[in-house]
Every structure is written in structure tokens, then in C-alpha cells.
Design a protein around this ligand. Structure first.
Ligand SMILES: Nc1ncnc2c1ncn2[C@@H]1O[C@H](COP(=O)(O)OP(=O)(O)OP(=O)(O)O)[C@@H](O)[C@H]1O
Ligand SMILES: [Mg+2]
Length: 400
């Protein structure tokens, strides 16, 4: 069961909503419909399932319907047509009570301009969502304090928003959403008002938090780099329609249409794709227990000049190169001990491609991708160059 299920959802602003939807189904554009009926089809026939614990990013140009879509999830906007279910419960059919509960306890919003109360302390801001739920002061402060700790604002409880930087204020906004324990976070351009560096910091923070919290996050942005960093999946919207839903890689490598392709043109793929995304299986490996002759034969079989050495558990033990192996064989060595080298490039799977370039220029050996000491794959220099060439200008793309 999807956490949030959006099925053929329409939102039309205006009077003649029925006619507008009819025209939309006939294939008329938003502009044509507006001209004919005066109504704006803000969201058109949106269908998508958002899974529990995923970070789902909605992106698209201004006016594409992102905010309208997110606001239907907690019914700040009524749905004109279609169905929107949260845990299989139809949002349109919720009673006033259920709706209150949805907004206060189950789905918290984080806004672009923080929305803090200037005359309340940080702790009172962070625990505001609990105050409206009439949670007793001691408990709400306890939970507010915990939430502030999560966002790295321990010790700032008694300060006022004006004493905090923009990034810190946004963290209070995030803490307020976290304090309610809501399972869904709705974040509409939550980081867009921040400076590029602070914004990146907030993204890192959210990624880190999400690793342990596993909230269902619907995150709106018009920034593709942000979308690709944060999103498990990304929906691209245009003129109220969802054009494509997929992983960052899906969208980069297989854009659904020209609009999406144009969108990704200036994305910095070196900061979006990671070693894991482009790694290959090594052409071969040598076992630690092998001798120099066996190792040489393996190199010869696949025509390479070096190979990674792994132990029985698949842990990376080092690298052997043809020259040292040949010498060891000539000496009559029985083990690889004298031939094995620890001088090789090695990165974690989530290393961004731009961090691979220095290694690729220093070593001709494919870069080893390791996790917990295990060799997961390799990134040959040619794969790195090939990936870059697919995204012309990617190397010089924006990096904020
Ligand atoms: N309350 C409203 N009444 C009438 N039209 C509206 C209303 N809210 C939004 N719209 C229209 O619906 C369309 C989608 O707006 P929406 O705010 O969802 O876009 P958005 O993708 O969030 O844009 P932005 O990136 O600028 O925030 C726009 O054409 C907008 O003019
Ligand atoms: Mg918006």
C-alpha cells in the first residue's frame, strides 16, 4: 500500500470546473482552457503513488502546479476531481476532526519563509505544533528540545528567531515539523530562500536525518540539483501535468520528453551521479590465496595490466600489477605478499563524480568502489569520461 496515493487528481481554479476538465481530457492546453472557460487547470490528471519512507521530490517551472499538488495532500486545497488517499483513507471524505488530526499530527508543513513567530522563543516556536494540540508544557518542551537537538540547535532554546541566521531559522521550522512526530513532511521550497552554501548544508542535514527517521517527505523545488540530491524519486511537472516520475538517474539518462531534457541541460551531473551509479563489475579479480603465476594468467586472460585482490569474504586486500607479479614469479614466490600493493584509488559508493576526477587523473587503474572493506565494483576512467561526454557542459554546470 502506498503511503500517499494520488489518482487522476485535478485541481481547477474557477467556476466552470467540469467544462475545464472536459477540455483538458480532449487535449486542450491550459492556456486554451483558460481562454475558453476562464478557469485555470492548476493540476491535471495527476497520478502517482508515494511510498512510505521515501523522499519524493516534485519539480517544475513556476506555475507548473507544484504547490497546488502538495496542498491537496493535507487538503489546504480541495480536490476538484479524482482521488487522494493517505494510508488508503480518502482525504476528500475526511471529517473535520480527521482533517484536523491529519494537519496537526500526521502531515506537517515546512514553509519557504520559515513561518516563525518573532516574539516566541526558539523552543516555543519548535513546540508550537504541540501547543495547538494542547500538549502539556513540560512534555511539549521536552519534545521540542529533542527536535531542536535533531537539527543541531541544542543550546538555542531560549533565543529569539531574530538572533538566528536564515539557515538556523529554517532549522527551527524543520524542528517544529519534527516535534509533532508527523509521519509525512510536506516541504514547499523549504530551502529556496537560503544562501547556496547554507542551502547545501540543509540538504545534507535532511539527508542525514532521513537516514534514521524514514519520514515520507514530499519536497518541492525548482532546483534540479537539489531535486537530484534529495529525491529517491523525482516528479517533473509542466502546465499542471506530471511529465515523468523516476530516479535522478532515470531522468538524466532517459528524459521522457524535450521539456524534461531541456530541464536537465544545466544540471551538474558530477554532483548528482555517484560512483555507485556508474560503477561496473571488475573485469576480474585475484584471490589472496592465489600465487603469482595464477594471478598473471588471470591478467592475461582479460588483457589488463592490474587487478584487485580480494579475500574469501570479498574484502579488498590490495592490488597486483603485471610488473611486480612477473618479478615475483621469476623469484619463485609462492604467495602474493611481495607483489601486492596498497597504492590504489578507492571510494565509498555515494562519492559524487566530481570527487573521482582527481583520482582518475592520478591513477590509470579503475577506481575501486568499497563499502565496509568489500569491493562492490570499479569505475574505469573511460566510464567516467563517457558519462561526462553524454552530458555536454555538465562539468561546468551550476554547482549551487
Ligand atoms: N488560488 C488560486 N486561484 C487561481 N489560480 C491559482 C491559485 N493558486 C494557483 N493558481 C494557478 O495555478 C497554477 C499553478 O500554481 P502553483 O502555485 O501550484 O504553481 P507552482 O508550481 O507552485 O509555482 P511556483 O514555483 O511559482 O511556486 C498557476 O497558473 C497559478 O496561477
Ligand atoms: Mg509554489
Amino acid at each position: 500500500m502506498a503511503h500517499i496515493s494520488i489518482r487522476n487528481v485535478y485541481k481547477v481554479f474557477g467556476d466552470d470546473t467540469r467544462r475545464a476538465i472536459e477540455l483538458d481530457r480532449e487535449g486542450k492546453t491550459r492556456a486554451e482552457i483558460q481562454k475558453e472557460t476562464g478557469a485555470v487547470v492548476a493540476v491535471s490528471d495527476a497520478t502517482v503513488d508515494i511510498e512510505k519512507g521515501e523522499t519524493f521530490v516534485v519539480m517544475g517551472l513556476s506555475g507548473s502546479g507544484k504547490s497546488t499538488l502538495i496542498r491537496m495532500i493535507n487538503r489546504l486545497f480541495d480536490i476538484t476531481s479524482g482521488e487522494l488517499l493517505i494510508n488508503d483513507q480518502d482525504v476528500a471524505k475526511m471529517s473535520r476532526e480527521e482533517l484536523r488530526d491529519l494537519r496537526m499530527r500526521r502531515a506537517s508543513m515546512v514553509f519557504q519563509h520559515f513561518g516563525l513567530f518573532p516574539h516566541r522563543t526558539v523552543i516555543d516556536n519548535a513546540s508550537y505544533g504541540l501547543e495547538v494540540q494542547h500538549v502539556k508544557k513540560a512534555e511539549r518542551h521536552e519534545r521540542g528540545r529533542n527536535a531542536l537537538k535533531m537539527v543541531g540547535l541544542e543550546g538555542w532554546e531560549e533565543r529569539y528567531p531574530r538572533e538566528l541566521s536564515g539557515g538556523m531559522q529554517q532549522r527551527v521550522g524543520l524542528a517544529r515539523a519534527l516535534a509533532t512526530d508527523a509521519e509525512i513532511l510536506l516541504m514547499d521550497e523549504a530551502f529556496s530562500a537560503l544562501d547556496p552554501l547554507i542551502r547545501r548544508e540543509m540538504q545534507d542535514h535532511l539527508i542525514e536525518l532521513q537516514r534514521s527517521l524514514h519520514k515520507t517527505i514530499v519536497f518541492i523545488t525548482h532546483d534540479l540539483n537539489e531535486a537530484m540530491r534529495l529525491g529517491d524519486r523525482i516528479a517533473v511537472m509542466r502546465d499542471g501535468k506530471i511529465d515523468q516520475v523516476g530516479s535522478a538517474e532515470d531522468i538524466l539518462v532517459r528524459p521522457a520528453n524535450d521539456y524534461v531534457a531541456a530541464f536537465i541541460q544545466d544540471v551538474d551531473v558530477t554532483r548528482v551521479l555517484t560512483a555507485e551509479n556508474i560503477m561496473r563489475k571488475p573485469r576480474g579479480t585475484v584471490f589472496l590465496a592465489d600465487g603469482p603465476h595464477v594471478a598473471l594468467r588471470r591478467l592475461d586472460e582479460v588483457q589488463v595490466s592490474d587487478m584487485y585482490v580480494v579475500d574469501r569474504e570479498g574484502k579488498l586486500a590490495g592490488i597486483v600489477r603485471d610488473k611486480e607479479l612477473a618479478e615475483a614469479a621469476r623469484r619463485g614466490d609462492r604467495t602474493l605478499e611481495q607483489a601486492i600493493s596498497q597504492d590504489y584509488p578507492c571510494v565509498e559508493p555515494d562519492t559524487q563524480l566530481h570527487n573521482l576526477f582527481p583520482l582518475a587523473s592520478e591513477y590509470t587503474t579503475p577506481i575501486a568502489v568499497c563499502s565496509d572493506g568489500k569491493l562492490l565494483g570499479v569505475v574505469p576512467r573511460i566510464s567516467l569520461l563517457d558519462t561526462m561526454s553524454k552530458f555536454e557542459g555538465g562539468e561546468n554546470g551550476s554547482s549551487d
